[in-house]
Design a protein around this ligand. Structure first.
Ligand SMILES: O=C(O)[C@H](O)COP(=O)(O)O
Length: 217
């Protein structure tokens, strides 16, 4: 795993961009989605184009592009790469980056779930570190597949001087950001990611994190 330092960025830093996919059809309907492979909504497609434009304005050129195997993630990445003029860059799809499995909650409207199970319990299932929703994965379970994948396949790219973009999901990226930012289980409960809002890390040649910022729409 990369190490964090308080140092300011230097010119030759390598870049890691993390993006949650654009709004999906089930985000629009406020339904628990998890591993269900739903497409982007019209708004999600527009969000992905806007995210790509923002990255283009930053002048970023990517060497590697990773997404989950779920179409809302790799379709978002496709759109972003088109916008930055890199439509031919191959996308590496990995199930390890897929959303947290929401188990029995998949397909249930989030408001309806709060009525059925109680708002407090649903909040714990959604945001706690180690409590899994019934039949699904906790954030800790999700981290146990996302972080080793990151270490094995993405850290070496960054350490060899490449710029990498990863498009995945609200919770699979939360689990990674928890590790990168060294968030505690308490802190991660209050952390969430907006759709199609790139988070940019600069990584120094020695593999330590130098800077983090968000490109809000
Ligand atoms: O799987 C889902 O329902 C969403 O992608 C993330 O949901 P959450 O923000 O409720 O964790």
């Amino acid at each position: 795993m990369l190490q964090k330092t308080g140092d300011r960025p230097q010119g030759s830093n390598n870049v890691l961009v993390l993006v949650r996919h654009g709004q999906s059809e089930w985000n629009r309907l406020n339904m628990f989605t998890g591993w269900k492979d739903v497409g982007l909504s019209e708004e999600g497609v527009s969000e992905a184009h806007r995210a790509g434009q923002r990255l283009k304005d930053e002048g970023l050129v990517f060497d590697s592009a990773f997404a989950s195997t779920l179409k809302r993630a790799h379709n978002t990445l496709d759109i972003i790469l088109g916008e930055v003029g890199q439509g031919k860059l191959p996308i590496i799809k990995a199930a390890a980056l897929n959303e947290r499995d929401y188990g029995d909650l998949v397909g249930i409207n989030k408001e309806e779930a709060r009525k059925r199970f109680g708002a407090e319990k649903v909040q714990i299932w959604q945001r706690s570190y180690d409590v899994a929703p019934p039949g699904g994965e906790s954030l800790k379970d999700t981290a146990a597949r996302v972080c080793p994948f990151f270490d094995r396949w993405i850290v070496p790219e960054l350490q060899s001087g490449k710029n990498v973009i990863v498009v995945a999901h609200g919770n699979s990226l939360r689990s990674l950001i928890m590790e990168l930012d060294k968030l505690t289980p308490e802190e991660v409960q209050h952390y969430s990611l907006a759709t199609a809002t790139p988070v940019i890390y600069r990584v120094k040649a020695d593999g330590t994190l130098a800077e983090k910022r968000s490109l809000a729409a």
